[in-house]
Ligand binder design. Structure first.
Ligand SMILES: [Zn+2]
Length: 237
């Protein structure tokens, strides 16, 4: 399983010499993955058994996602194109069960869609998790829908997953659509992060599923993590 986001920011400077920050694009997704790395480490330490040994999460931070000038096939996703080619040559792509890409997360207006039939079950798991958390009143806003269950197949957005998608890697693309209103504006900064929404998104990864699957997590506390369950789904075929 690959979990990825990009860590470069678009090279924009305003007329006062202020540089573009890119809080949603993609500092927050990077922060979510760093947090997840800590969570996963705890889970792996507690988990025993073959299933745990079979799981190899890999966290990737891409450079050069943004175009230097205008987005095109040759001026964008430099790091992702390089890695997809490298892994193809090394025959590593067929080992990826799922490639989860996070992007444009952090504002209050985020919404995520089920873009790919191949990973529908993983997306639907996240949507179910959101419902469970709402039922338990564990999210900050019970009316907002983060994970829209209505399939959005064919509505894919160009991002770091493209060279992997073209090589038949199963993709779960967690990017807000429509894009946050601060997208590629100087206002995409810390002041525009909505911490409630962002924490709600993060909780969907981090917090409990009511009905725990029966795997070796005894002593792992009451909660398991959604992302762990995605590992357990194992098959996306
Ligand atoms: Zn961008």
């Amino acid at each position: 399983m690959v979990l990825a986001s990009h860590y470069d920011s678009k090279n924009i400077t305003d007329r006062n010499g202020r540089e573009f920050i890119g809080a949603t694009d993609s500092a927050v997704p990077c922060a979510i993955l760093l947090d997840l790395a800590i969570q996963l480490n705890c889970l792996f330490e507690k988990a025993q058994g073959e299933k745990a040994r079979d799981i190899t999460p890999q966290i990737v931070f891409f450079d050069g996602e943004e175009a230097y000038n205008t987005w095109s096939a040759t001026d964008s996703i430099y790091g992702a194109r390089h890695l997809a080619q490298k892994w193809e040559q090394e025959n590593k792509l067929q080992d990826i069960d799922i490639f989860v890409l996070l992007d444009l997360i952090g504002t209050s207006d985020v919404q995520f869609h089920n873009f790919f039939p191949q990973t529908s079950n993983a997306f639907e798991l996240l949507a179910r998790k959101e419902q469970h958390l709402k039922k338990d009143k564990l999210l900050s806003d019970n009316n907002r829908i983060l994970f829209n269950t209505h399939p959005y197949y064919g509505g894919g957005i160009e991002d770091d997953h493209i060279p992997f998608l073209h090589r038949n890697v199963p993709i779960l693309h967690l990017i807000s659509a429509p894009f946050p209103s601060v997208w590629h504006r100087m206002s995409d900064d810390a002041a525009h992060i909505d911490y409630h929404t962002t924490e709600d998104f993060n909780k969907v990864f981090r917090v409990a599923e009511e009905k725990k699957r029966n795997y070796d997590m005894k002593g792992g506390g009451e909660s398991t993590k959604a992302i762990w369950e995605i590992f357990q789904l194992n098959l996306f075929i």
